[in-house]
Design a protein around this ligand. Sequence first.
Ligand SMILES: C[S@@+](CC[C@H](N)C(=O)[O-])C[C@H]1O[C@@H](n2cnc3c(N)ncnc32)[C@H](O)[C@@H]1O
Length: 274
Amino acid sequence: MSATAPRAASGAGAAKDDYTVFCEGIRSLTSIDLLQYKRGQMERRIRSFAQRRGVTDLLAYLAQLRRDRAELDEFLDRVTINVSQLWRNPEQWTVLEREVLPELIKAAPAGRVRAWSAGCSYGAEAYTLAALFRQLDRGTRAQIVGTDIDKRMVERAKLGRFSDEDARSASRTVLERWFTRAGDEWQASRELQALCRFEVGDLLRVQPRRDAYDLVLCRNTVIYFTEDVRDALHERLVASIRPGGYFVIGSTERVSRPRELGLVPTHPFTYRKS
Ligand SMILES: C[S@@+](CC[C@H](N)C(=O)[O-])C[C@H]1O[C@@H](n2cnc3c(N)ncnc32)[C@H](O)[C@@H]1O
């Protein structure tokens, strides 16, 4: 049998193939529902990872993950795809710095802009945003929450440490202004840390409060979801933005029907809620 051909799982009912049973097993172990992600790329990723660990049968691999916590952590690293960067896609940050944040700061009572980095990984996006807020308004009381399904990433985000690789898109000037060198890493300053808070959260389950945020960034996270799941998530995220607030997506992503959600595009991958 080829590595990617679906196979009915014995005893699991004719309709369920081994991939489905595998995903259900992962959901009961970790609460992460891989069936909501695009199957093609996720299945290839999982099968090739299992094969490299010497297991070709997904159900055998599931049994191994149930027994071995360290292996489960490695597996989650592989499927949650945590890559991020400070100032990732710098052109988006230029728009935020020059256009969006000044408008939000001006409109917010006492400079208290509320922002959400949805799918924050190890926090690079949230700390980049914090640096921009501080740059624009030294006394800012902006509140940035970062959420991610992967609790190990959330723990890392709380530390605020970044490698040179993570910092490759940031200018030396901003790095030296807002981060300190700690060994071979960049440590976010207390000033930035004071603006950021990180929590574990599954975007597929979260029901955020209406009008809770002035700005929501959800970049490079929905690319793994099926289109229906992505659209439903966009709808919930946009509902959490107050009228006049902004929604920013990744530079390879799209919102299916922005106008139906009350979004007006203002810059590439950036929308204002009317
Ligand atoms: C590629 S990173 C993007 C990080 C950051 N937004 C950026 O653009 O650099 C994608 C993140 O989405 C998170 N993620 C995937 N599925 C998620 C879900 N259902 N709920 C919350 N976070 C999720 C992953 O754990 C990962 O850290």
